[in-house]
Every structure is written in structure tokens, then in C-alpha cells.
Design a binder for this molecule. Structure first.
Ligand code: GLC
Length: 437
């Protein structure tokens, strides 16, 4: 495939995954609804060739906002029998605050909306039109940011927690294994759908699904009340990727508010929240010895000392000092960047929990690569940034637009080494962005 052919195919995928109701599914069968952080990445891709679809991607997500500012992780605009757990399991209606026009889940996902909106502004040709759109949605996106500081920061640190691994975006990371060891839910009975679409060897185990559903049951028992969840959820984690994207989205919102004028109070509020957030982030999540950022387990009061692609994501939000960044990049190249590997594996390839084929336990993901590319560029590591970008293009060329890819180059030699869903929207969207620069 030439670069032109890749872009054409990528556009085709996005158009095919776009739904009549104005949003885009991540891929057919496996993920048949609207997913929160996917939409931010998808909107960036659409902005390059169909700004109206980019706008409706954001608008359809924001329209599902709850009254406290929360924007959920899945929006069930439509019905589908190809996914479990669906709206009947999640029961967003249990919460008084939930959106009454559309069923959703009661959890959220990393905040991509601020920086996606700013990218749309940069890409759009008609600036007046995009500014009008920004004016239409920016307050809702601001409320989403504020939701986290108001309700997800019980220690008032400027760092927010996630209460479920599905909120992290890195759903099946080996980091969560430590938390699963602290709980012992009953074995539940349910019918999975994901393993009907994708080889079970690439997906979480039955026992892992027990943990996932158990936490949702606890949240439902308290009608998705944040205060109760903070007290009773066995999973309560300050995640470096999640907090980085929130901080980066806040920085974008500040710049966009400055652009449209007025809103001084909101700008000041975001500035002070972000300043505090960065300070706590460096104090609490940076591990001197490992030389990277880690997840903090709030329930068991300890740093989960593992290196994953999330460990490098603070580069995207300007969080590390130059010295910290230098150390991080050294670790990245030593452990993830040998010549026989594509950048960037989702989990430490030298660790015994690394699995090259399974979901977030090792494979390369295009959205993380896109974040790392920008973070590395911002810190002046142009060569490594370009390698991340070239590797992303190369694995798509070799395999097609899969959900995730083997990091080991040898796995690509004689067979397809792309896994999970195919014709996957954010892989397509972000490759369009990579190739349009
Ligand atoms: C998987 C990913 C998650 C993504 C979702 C839809 O569950 O782990 O990050 O949002 O698929 O693409």
C-alpha cells in the first residue's frame, strides 16, 4: 500500500463505521456503540476530510452528559446484541444524575475532548465556523474536567481516581493483576460476546470478567454515587495516562477560552487546578528508581511499580522536567525500543507479565503511539518520535487497520500480527492524522 492508498482506506473505514445518529463505532461486532475516548481520536481523523462528522462525533458525546458534568464511557444510542455488558447490565437509570435521553454506562474514560477540540481548530479550514462550534460545546467539556476535581479527588490533591479498569482505557493491563489479588468476587454467570468476535487468547479471561462485573455491581448498589464508590470500590487508582490526558485537555481548554474571549474565571480555575495537578503528579506518581511514572493504588496505599506505555504518557501533557524526560526516554529505548521491536509495546517487554498478543498486556496501540509521538516531539526527541510514527505506519501497512499489533517484528514476517477488532476506527483516524502532517 502506498501512503495515498492507506489514507484512502482509512477514510473508508471511518465512513463505514459512522452511524446515522451522528457518531462512530470503534468497530463492527466487537464494539457496536459510541465509546468516549475513541470519539476524541476519531474526531481528529474526520477533521481532515469531513469536519461536519468530526463535529457531530463530539456533539453526540457531549449530549450524553450527566447533570454533574460526567460524560460516560459508552453511550448506547442504538441497540445491539453483539456486546456484553449492555445497557441492561449497566443501568445508568439508577443514578439521579444520569442523562435521561440516552442509556449509558456509569463509568467514564480518559478525557480526550479538550485536545481533540483544539486539534479540530488547528485542522479546520473555516476558522469562523469551527470557533462557533467551539463556543457551542466548550462549557460542557469544561464541566467534564471540573467533574473530576469536584468528585474524583477525595484527598484534594489535584489527582483524580478511576474506580474501574475500564475507565483507564488500558482495560486488561497486567498492572490490575495486583488489585485482583486483593479481592475475591464470586464466580458469576454471564454470556460473553467478545470471544465470539475475537480469538479468546487475545481477550481477558473469564475470571477477569468476574472482577470487572463485580466492581460494577458495587457501583450500582450505590446508584453510582461518587462518594460511596470512593469509599467502597475495591479498585481506586490514580492512573498516569488518565491524569495526563485530563491535564492536557485542560491546557487546550485554557487556550481555546483565550481564543474565544471572556471566561476569565474558568481560565483561572483551570490554571490553578492544573498547576496543583502537575505538582502532585510529580510528587506522587514519579518513581525515581524506575525513572518513569506509575499508577498509585489509593485503596491499598501503594505505587504499582510497573512500566507500561502509560508510564510515558506524561510527556504528552508537559509534566516531566527535562531531566525526568531524559530518564524516561532512556528507559523506553532500553526496554521497549530494541531494533527487533516496534515502538511502543503497551507493557514492559522484559517483564514476566508481558504477553505479545493479549489486549493491553503487551501489544502496540496506535492511540498510545500518537500520544507518545506528540509528547516526544514536544520534548525535542524528534528521532524517536519519528520512529514511533514510522512504526505505526509500517504495522498498518503490513497488517491492516487492526485494534492492536504485536510489538515483536519477527511475528510480522510470515503472518498477520494485528489482533482484536479489524477496521478499527482510531487506528484509521490517527493514521490519517500522521500522514497528513
Ligand atoms: C477496548 C479498549 C478501550 C476502547 C474500547 C473501544 O475496550 O480497551 O480503550 O475504548 O475498546 O474501542
Amino acid at each position: 500500500m502506498t501512503q495515498q492508498e492507506i489514507t484512502t482506506k482509512a477514510k473508508e473505514i471511518l465512513i463505514n463505521n459512522y452511524q446515522e445518529k451522528g457518531f462512530t463505532i470503534p468497530c463492527k461486532g466487537l464494539y457496536p456503540f459510541q465509546w468516549n475516548w475513541d470519539s476524541g481520536f476519531i474526531a481528529i481523523g474526520f477533521a481532515h476530510f469531513d469536519i461536519e462528522k468530526a463535529k457531530s462525533e463530539i456533539k453526540s458525546l457531549v449530549d450524553a452528559q450527566w447533570s454533574n458534568g460526567f460524560i460516560p464511557h459508552i453511550i448506547f444510542h442504538n441497540e445491539s446484541d453483539t456486546y456484553f455488558p449492555g445497557p441492561d447490565f449497566h443501568r445508568s437509570d439508577l443514578s439521579e444524575l444520569s442523562n435521561k435521553s440516552v442509556p449509558t454506562t456509569g463509568m467514564t474514560q480518559p478525557h480526550t475532548l479538550g485536545f481533540a477540540l483544539e486539534k479540530m481548530y488547528e485542522i479546520a479550514e473555516n476558522k469562523e465556523d469551527i470557533i462557533n462550534f467551539i463556543k457551542l460545546v466548550i462549557d460542557a467539556i469544561y464541566d467534564f474536567s471540573l467533574y473530576f476535581y469536584n468528585f474524583r479527588d477525595p484527598l484534594n490533591e489535584g489527582l483524580v481516581y478511576i474506580y474501574h479498569n475500564w475507565e483507564s482505557g488500558t482495560d486488561n493491563s497486567p498492572i490490575w493483576d495486583d488489585i485482583w489479588e486483593t479481592i475475591n468476587p464470586p464466580s458469576l454467570e454471564f454470556e460473553r460476546k467478545d470471544t465470539g468476535h475475537v480469538d479468546a487468547a487475545q481477550r481477558p479471561s473469564k475470571r477477569e470478567y468476574d472482577y470487572y462485573l463485580h466492581i460494577i455491581e458495587i457501583a450500582k448498589k450505590y446508584n453510582y454515587e461518587d462518594r460511596e464508590i470512593a469509599e467502597y470500590s475495591p479498585f481506586l487508582v490514580q492512573d498516569p495516562l488518565f491524569n495526563s490526558l485530563l491535564i492536557s485537555s485542560n491546557a487546550s481548554l485554557i487556550r481555546l477560552y483565550e481564543l474565544i474571549g471572556g471566561n476569565e474565571y474558568k481560565i483561572e480555575k483551570l490554571k490553578s487546578l492544573t498547576q496543583k495537578a502537575i505538582q502532585s503528579f510529580n510528587n506522587k506518581l514519579y518513581d525515581q528508581e524506575l525513572g518513569v511514572y506509575c499508577h498509585y493504588d489509593l485503596r491499598n496505599n501503594k505505587l504499582l511499580r510497573y512500566i507500561s506505555s502509560s508510564s510515558f504518557s506524561p510527556l504528552f501533557a508537559g509534566i516531566p522536567s527535562k531531566e525526568q524526560a531524559e530518564k524516561m526516554v532512556t528507559v523506553m529505548m532500553e526496554k521497549f525500543g530494541n531494533d527487533d521491536q516496534y515502538l511502543c509495546a503497551s507493557f514492559d517487554p522484559t517483564h514476566k507479565r508481558f504477553n505479545p498478543k493479549k489486549y493491553w498486556r503487551g501489544p502496540v496501540w496506535i492511540n498510545l503511539n500518537w500520544l507518545l509521538y506528540h509528547g516526544l516531539k514536544d520534548y525535542g526527541y524528534d528521532d524517536i518520535a519519528n520512529r514511533v510514527k514510522e512504526d505505526s505506519i509500517e504495522i498498518i501497512k503490513q497488517n491492516g487497520f487492526f485494534e492492536y499489533f504485536d510489538a515483536r517484528k519477527e511475528a510480522h514476517q510470515n503472518s498477520i500480527a494485528g489482533y482484536g477488532g479489524d477496521n478499527f476506527s482510531w487506528s484509521a483516524a490517527l493514521i490519517i492524522d500522521f500522514l497528513t502532517k
